[in-house]
Structures are given as structure tokens and as C-alpha cells.
Design a binder for this molecule. Structure first.
Ligand SMILES: [Zn+2]
Length: 251
């Protein structure tokens, strides 16, 4: 399904706000009304990266609404409002400014890029596949098929990842036709083959010279913006599956 409305998060990760028009207000059970805009800067969540939070500001009267989360509604991005009892959401046709909680989003971008650098090093130097991951602003975890992981090795990995981050590697976003994406051997390890058959393009994130993955998330433009990464813990989730927990440290 192709979205009808503009989704800036995928092409302009640094866009913090946009002028928009309300095109649909969906009455969702329980979670409050869902507002669809003709363009938005919100990331709807996915791939381990939580959705953005922020505000809607109505141009006509300056009224604001807190957006507590965003999510996909079909192909569109819907904004979930925090709405006290009796308050009305904006109406279809209203002009609004949509604003991200930027400190939170930037922290998620730094964290997400740090996790990809971790994946890249673990794959390049130890040949271990990533099986999953999750993040909050400033911290995250990744799971690997990494039988021989030990505490010593984790310390070594932390050092290597930080070398890559301070090297100032560019982070590039691309959207490739499906066939072209499937021809890239490195992409296979991120389980690109699990993508639904209907998908015609694959979005990729490349940390130039280190890592290339199919990915839907938002990232900083250069690894130097991450700062440094610190391993805060690691654990066994079985004989083969291991988990590494990290946090990002300001540059
Ligand atoms: Zn990712």
C-alpha cells in the first residue's frame, strides 16, 4: 500500500516540524482519537524504535494538543492524542503545525545509529547475526546468534564500536527497488527475505564503510553525532542467543 500523505521522517530525519492539514479523524476505541495529516514529521514506531511524541498546534486559535504516540493506520501515519474527557480533537480541514519532541527524537536517532554500528562491528569481526533489538531514548539492546560471546569480548566490542563512531562515518538513507536490494549480500542477514511479497522498494541505512541494513528507522547523518557508546550489560538468552545492552554517551 502506498501512503496518500507525505511522511517526512523517512527522507528528512532532521525535520522537526511541518505545516499540515487534518485529513481524517479516526475514532479509535480506548486510545483516544487518531488524527491523520496531509504531511507529518512523526515516526510511527517500528523496527525497535518507539514512535515520536510531540504537539499539534492549530493555526486559527493557537490551541495545542499533546501527541502521545503515533502509529500506522493502514499505509498512513496516525497521531494519537492525549485528550481529557470532553475535549474535542481538531477537525478535518483544520490547519495545524505538527511539532516533534525533538530532544527525544534526536536521542532515539543517536541510539538507533549506535545500535547499527554495534551490529556492523559484531558482524564484520565475529560473523554473528543479529536476531532482534529494541531501544528507548539513550539506551537499547541487541540480540545476536553469538555462541562464543564472553565478558572480555564485550569490552573489546565496545572499544571497536567507539572507534567507528569517532571516525565520523556518514550515514546514508536509500530506497532501492526490491530486486536490487535482494542482490546485495549484506542485506540478507537482516532477514530482508521476511519482507512481505507486495513490497516493491526497500529502504536501506548505510553507515558508510561499516554497515548496510534494510531499515525503516530514523538515524543521525554522521556517526560523530552519536558521541560514544557504553555497554551496560550482557546476558545469555540460551546457548547461542546473547543480548548486549548499551547506552549512548554525549560527544
Ligand atoms: Zn535499525
Amino acid at each position: 500500500m502506498t501512503p496518500r500523505y507525505e511522511q517526512l521522517c523517512y527522507s528528512e530525519a532532521y525535520a522537526r516540524h511541518a505545516d499540515a492539514r487534518v485529513v481524517e479523524v479516526i475514532d479509535a476505541d480506548g486510545g483516544g482519537p487518531l488524527v491523520v495529516l496531509d504531511r507529518t514529521v512523526f515516526y510511527p514506531g517500528g523496527g525497535g524504535q518507539p514512535s515520536d511524541r510531540g504537539l499539534l498546534l492549530r493555526a486559527a486559535d493557537g490551541r495545542t494538543w499533546t501527541v502521545k504516540a503515533a502509529r500506522k493506520a493502514g499505509a498512513e501515519i496516525a497521531h494519537e492524542l492525549e485528550l481529557p474527557d470532553g475535549d474535542a480533537p481538531p477537525a478535518v480541514g483544520d490547519s495545524v503545525q505538527v511539532d516533534l519532541d525533538w530532544a527525544r527524537r534526536l536521542s532515539l536517532m543517536r541510539t538507533h545509529t549506535a545500535l547499527h554500528a554495534l551490529c556492523g562491528v559484531v558482524w564484520r569481526d565475529y560473523g554473528a547475526l543479529v536476531t532482534g533489538g529494541n531501544m528507548e531514548p539513550g539506551s537499547g539492546r541487541m540480540d545476536f546468534e553469538f555462541e562464543r560471546m564472553t565478558g572480555d569480548l564485550v569490552g573489546e566490542i565496545e572499544g571497536k564500536v567507539n572507534e567507528e563512531l569517532v571516525a565520523g562515518r556518514d550515514v546514508r538513507v536509500a530506497v532501492l527497488p526490491r530486486d536490487e536490494a535482494f542482490a546485495i549480500p549484506d542485506l540478507i542477514r537482516t532477514k530482508i527475505n521476511l519482507l512481505p511479497p507486495g513490497i516493491e522498494t526497500v529502504r536501506t541505512i548505510e553507515i558508510v564503510g561499516l554497515d548496510l541494513q534494510a531499515d525503516g528507522g530514523t538515524h543521525v547523518a554522521n556517526t560523530s553525532e552519536v558521541g560514544r557508546m557504553r555497554v551496560t550489560g550482557y546476558e545469555s538468552k540460551g546457548r547461542i542467543n546473547k543480548r548486549i545492552r548499551i547506552e549512548v554517551v554525549d560527544p
